[in-house]
Write a new protein. Structure first.
Length: 175
């Protein structure tokens, strides 16, 4: 990991904490892999259909997650992700490991049931399937999250649901 790397996550927040998170994930170079928007309606490509279907499957792969409103756009996706229950503590230790690198990897890896671990799994699964038929697909290396605070949920949900209709005013818009 580069010395210049700076996490975009809040350093004082445990991303295993139950609650809603507003997630935005962009494609590499914001390329339009997911389809086109015509007259305010998103028409998904085959790649977009995989991204759509796999977002819906997140709760099947993480018992600590639920999904809310989401939208797959041409070059990014927005989704509400809810952490539920009590994922295992980050303070777990690995016993009888053979090298310090295992400890180091554990220390920098996202915790089981955390927002980062769930998003990493989603991106990995989509990439694996999509590259079986479209080798050029790639995500941006990170993602954006926003911890949804009291009173924000409805506004964020409406933003997501109206995103295709408001595409030309969107910060991710490119023709």
């Amino acid at each position: 990991m580069s010395d210049n790397y700076r996490s975009r996550r809040l350093s004082n927040h445990d991303y295993q904490t139950p609650g809603w998170y507003f997630i935005t994930i962009c494609t590499h170079h914001r390329l339009h892999f997911f389809g086109k928007i015509k007259e305010g309606i998103m028409e998904l490509s085959d790649v977009g259909k995989v991204a759509h279907d796999y977002w819906l499957e997140i709760p099947q792969h993480s018992r600590f997650a639920e999904v809310g409103a989401f939208v797959i756009m041409s070059n990014h996706m927005h989704g509400l992700l809810r952490i539920v229950g009590n994922p295992p503590s980050r303070n777990m230790t690995l016993e009888n490991t053979e090298s310090d690198s295992v400890h180091y990897h554990h220390a920098i890896s996202p915790s089981k049931g955390s927002v980062s671990q769930i998003v990493r799994g989603y991106k990995s699964a989509v990439t694996r399937v999509v590259r079986s038929f479209y080798q050029d697909f790639a995500w941006q290396s990170s993602f954006h999250d926003h911890i949804v605070r009291e009173g924000e949920f409805d506004r964020i949900e409406q933003y997501i649901l109206n995103n295709a209709k408001n595409w030309e005013e969107d910060g991710f818009y490119s023709a």
